[in-house]
Design a protein around this ligand. Sequence first.
Ligand code: ASP
Length: 312
Amino acid sequence: MKYGMIATWKMAYEGVVEGSEKLRNGKEVSEAVICAIESVENNPAYRSVGFGGLPNRVGEVELDAAYMDGERLCFGAVMAVKNIKNPIRVARHLSGYQRNNILAGGGAESFAATHGYESANMLTHESQQRWEKKIGEGYIPEEIEAYGGHDTVCIIGLDDQGRMGNGVSTSGLFMKHPGRVGDSPVIGSGFYCDSRVGAASATGVGEDIMKGCLSFRIVSLIKAGGDCQGACEKALFDHEADLKARGSKPGSMSVIAMDKNGNFGGATTQKEFPFVVSREEMEPTIFVAQNDGKVHRVIKATQDWKDNYLGD
Ligand code: ASP
């Protein structure tokens, strides 16, 4: 069995390098996925995840994270938590329980403290400055969007024993209402993972992603015999068309998937969506899903593309 990893956004690259190294050395998938996500959570240069994440409208960094074990179909999630250094670790811990798998706010924070998870002030000087600038410029609460198109880190792993795991971590939409929760920690929407089939994850405007339960939908299409790329495109574009047909104006949505054999796919409703893939025979590589409104395609990122990419 070969190993593989796929992750949303270019910012996941270093994490995928670290996580893939673990998979190459025969480590269990959850260890590789958690290590990869932590690498993004700990890096304040990545503005939409973990330390230095995007503040809510009252200037607090409030985080969501989830982990799903595709062997046992178990999952854990924390929602709207503050001052937890690595929310993904707490989510993984909760995935080991039969009950109490989702904890929110103060309950999640006290669980993390009781179990010895490190706490930290996640608001950096830069994230505070970003918030002050936004407050100065003004914004329309009903029109908040994915920040520059790059928000949640979602990582799917496949180890050499065929086990799959799926982790997500995010500060959610910039200037969200305190307590607002998006798709990311919601099973079936932001993530879904079944080692016997495959896994999928989503990033973008959570309110729109949740309406289509996009991750579960993609895994169901793969289960019905679809290939990963086709499943990503069908689930995403059918859902986008459905929302538009009902008079809604969906925000950006992007998805990734990997099946139990390491085949992968990615799709987006926005102009460009980079994602990172590694497999036994392929070093971590950045791919870009591109959508000009008529044609959707996936290319390997060229050096020129990397030099000119301004996002995280
Ligand atoms: N899906 C996240 C949310 O709605 C944000 C993102 O991935 O862009 O909270």
